[in-house]
Design a protein around this ligand. Sequence first.
Ligand code: SF4
Length: 329
Amino acid sequence: MIRPRVMAGVRVTGPLHIGNYWGALSNFVKLQNEGQYTCFFGAMDWHGMTTAYKNSQEIAPWTREMIAEFIAWGLDPEKSTLFVQSQVPEHLELFMILANLTPMGWLERVTTWKDAEEEARQSDTHNLGRFAYPVLQTADIMIYRGEKVPVGRDQVAHLEISREIIRRFNHLYKAKMPEPVPLFTETPILPGLDGRKMSKSYNNFLLLTPEEKALKKSVNSMVTDPARALRENPGTPEVCSVHGYHKLYSSAEDIKWVEHGCRTAGIGCGDCKARLFNNIDAITKEPREKKKELLNNPKLLDSIISAGCAQARSEAKKTLEIVRSYMKF
Ligand code: SF4
């Protein structure tokens, strides 16, 4: 049976946080387990390099950690092709082909670039790699002849430019490369530890697989409802980030306990945080151990990564042959 191909990746920028899980990894696992698709999931280290090029020595350990976390949270190298972008050099060859046929104006109009330009100037990442990000993203999808890309509804514009670039390729070379379509996924609203929107730039995120000590520190730092300055003051759980995390990690019964206890001052914020800590700790325990086991066994992890990259390369090479034959190049 020929199954549609799904391609998706996560940019390598450091250890995964829960935004990566709810926005990407949890959906990857779901798609893999549904069994309807041939799945390619990548640790996108070239994309990470566009902003972390000054700390290039950190990219490789982050990448290994990402693959270990992919596996720890349910991706199975027997069911999905797990690869590291830079170990499949065909991504860059196809990037070069697509870069030539992508008008500059298309990239200048990308809203994420326009929005990020000022920050990019300030952080010394106003560079060609970052500007051309959508072209590399298109190559990442096209190199596996990806037909479906899991995205949140707010990210559909990111995929649209890839569709346009592939359409232009098809038009120019009378080709039939698949134009990827979005596979819509739902992402819950994730609160930052400080009550603001969760964002890497605010440094207010919860790691996906934290060690116990780091988890305790994160939970203790969560901002609570200021109305509960004293233990006997009732509060409003909806304005508290601890409540937001209970909704992600706790049982319905615990959520009821929090909401009732908070509104009636029946529980203190310390009790509420302690319960949250226990719940997150219980959920992350197994993946934490699995991740550790993989990182402590570099031979095993390396062999999983090599096998995944070899599988990915074999598909990527086939695509390049097809691409070059369309181009007569
Ligand atoms: Fe937040 Fe829980 Fe305190 Fe209510 S009891 S303010 S939900 S930490």
